[in-house]
Design a protein around this ligand. Structure first.
Ligand SMILES: Cc1cc2nc3c(=O)[nH]c(=O)nc-3n(C[C@H](O)[C@H](O)[C@H](O)COP(=O)(O)OP(=O)(O)OC[C@H]3O[C@@H](n4cnc5c(N)ncnc54)[C@H](O)[C@@H]3O)c2cc1C
Length: 496
């Protein structure tokens, strides 16, 4: 089939009935549910972009194997040009969503492409797992599917490993083998957009200990697999708020969910890893499924930071406060953070590695640096927005107030900004800002940037340990060489 349209994506959603729970009730038609309607349309737009003349050449390519047009997320990157083709896709999707939707289809499809290309890692443990991963990639590519993923265990007792939790099946684990496949039970979090996806892929970060064998799992299933329960978090908005009052929150809400597997059958051909702690610990660091998508998240994060920075700049200008030194200082800080991320992305794209498999891997150090910086600079951008917007963020009237004939004059007089900024213009700008920095929607976006790629604290520690391994500290050696010189010459002075 190759690239789908938005209508085909929606038709796919309508054809299934996954077990979705929302606010204590079972959702029977996800497409008719107010909270999901707009996000579904936003994802559908991304699918339609694949057929749009303006984007098609940039974000899709002809698959060598099938001759069909497929999304660039399925391109195995072997040259810098391939990497740019991937970047064009990430950028197009991030621009279309202002970087606010983190789990657009390109994210997990890149994960899968990387797993496909590095399936030899699985081969050494079980050739069938490698074969399954390769076939699954082709299935997703050729049907242009949209995946969610859940890689974290529920937050019960983090001081204990999976097999030490009170209940053996709190964390998702294997129960028994059958002729058809493996029965799994337990929960995983936190599957963003799960209710409006086609399939789910399960894998884990490293950290398995001996005794955790039953939890060492990787597999993929259709989202409507019997026994798979999707429990949504409380919505940040009810899906009926006006686009005028909430220009972002009304459109880009990404639902998050806990996935409960109630004795779910994983067919043997959908299993990528099982009962092997060593393989489960190696999967993430050794198959590129962490590093390749870091390019996607870097591009998306850059766009989101750019958006937050631009909103703050316009906010400051609209009320004439950007003439003050303190405000310029804060805005300058945001601009410098933005430019640092942009520069790091360029370095990542230029300082790539070519792996023995032929895969081009964008630079680890700059990508991981972005991953370390974004959880700091994005929350800071939101803080600066709150500080500069100040009380004005809390005085925005509603659409109905703006439209009411009795209030129209007040709206244009008291809500206007500096000279040249009308009441309408200022109110719209402040509404945009409030969605980002005040609404529950904006707080989730902030939490997302802190945690979407795992715990930044532990990630930075891993980064440091890797950095230490390859970084020789040669300048220190050079500085200390004076002592060697002194020992050899017996003199305090260093000869020229
Ligand atoms: C909005 C949002 C969307 C997300 N979407 C997805 C998704 O689509 N798919 C997915 O799989 N995941 C998703 N995640 C989950 C994300 O991967 C996790 O939030 C992240 O890995 C951190 O894990 P945790 O939330 O369980 O925090 P925890 O690991 O429980 O950490 C809680 C706190 O304890 C500290 N801590 C815990 N353990 C240790 C330790 N061993 N050593 C030192 N400190 C420790 C941490 O530093 C942190 O401060 C999402 C998260 C958010 C916030």
């Amino acid at each position: 089939m190759g690239i789908r349209t938005g209508a085909q994506y929606i038709k796919g959603l309508k054809s299934r009935q996954p077990e979705i729970w929302l606010q204590g009730r079972r959702v029977t038609n996800v497409c008719e549910e107010a909270i999901f309607r707009q996000p579904i349309l936003e994802i559908a737009k991304l699918y339609d972009m694949q057929h749009d003349e303006e984007y098609q050449e940039q974000i899709t390519h002809i698959c060598e194997e099938t001759g069909e047009r497929v999304n660039n997320a399925f391109l195995v990157v072997k040259t810098p040009a391939d990497l740019q083709a991937r970047r064009a896709l990430y950028e197009a999707y991030a621009r279309a969503t202002f970087g606010l939707m983190g789990r657009t289809p390109d994210f997990l499809n890149v994960v899968l492409t990387s797993l496909y290309h590095n399936a030899s890692f699985l081969e050494k443990y079980n050739p069938q797992w490698a074969e399954n991963a390769r076939n699954y990639y082709k299935h997703v590519r050729d049907n242009d599917l949209f995946l969610t993923h859940a890689i974290i265990n529920p937050q019960n007792d983090r001081s204990k490993s999976s097999h030490e939790q009170q209940d053996m099946y709190t964390h998702l684990g294997a129960v028994r083998e059958t002729e058809e496949g493996l029965i799994v039970r337990g929960a995983k979090m936190l599957a963003t957009l799960a209710p409006i996806t086609d399939e789910v892929i399960i894998y884990s970060f490293p950290g398995f200990k001996p005794g955790d064998e039953r939890y060492a799992l990787a597999f993929a299933l259709p989202i409507d697999t019997p026994g798979l329960r999707i429990i949504c978090r409380e919505p940040m908005q009810d899906g009926t708020r006006s686009v005028y009052d909430h220009p972002l929150a009304s459109r880009f809400e990404e639902m998050d969910a806990v996935l409960v597997f109630d004795d779910v059958l994983v067919p043997w051909d959908r299993l990528f890893l099982y009962n092997n702690v060593e393989a489960a610990n190696g999967l993430y660091p050794q198959t590129g499924i962490g590093q390749q998508p870091a390019h996607q998240t870097g591009v998306r994060g850059l766009l989101k930071l750019q958006f937050a920075t631009e909103v703050t700049m316009r906010l400051a200008d609209s009320i004439g406060v950007d003439v003050f030194l303190n405000v310029q200082n804060d805005l300058g800080e945001l601009a410098q953070s933005l430019e640092s991320i942009r520069a790091l992305l360029k370095v990542a794209e230029q300082e790539y590695d070519i792996l023995p498999s032929g895969e081009l891997m964008p630079g680890y150090v700059p990508l991981e640096t972005i991953r370390g910086l974004l959880p700091k600079v994005y929350p800071r951008a939101i803080e600066v927005m709150q500080i500069i917007g100040a009380g004005g963020l809390l005085m925005s009237p509603t659409d109905s107030d703006m439209e009411h004939p009795d209030l129209a004059a007040d709206m244009q007089k008291y809500y206007a900004g500096r000279e040249g900024i009308s009441g309408t213009e200022r109110v719209r700008l402040f509404k945009l800002a409030w969605d980002l920095c005040g609404e529950a929607f904006g707080q989730r976006l902030l939490q997302y940037e802190r945690y979407y790629t795992g715990d930044p604290l532990r990630k930075r520690a891993i980064f440091y340990n890797n950095f230490k391994r390859v970084h020789a500290c040669s300048l220190v050696d050079e500085a200390l060489s004076v002592y060697q010189a002194k020992a050899e010459t017996g003199s305090e002075t260093i000869s020229q």
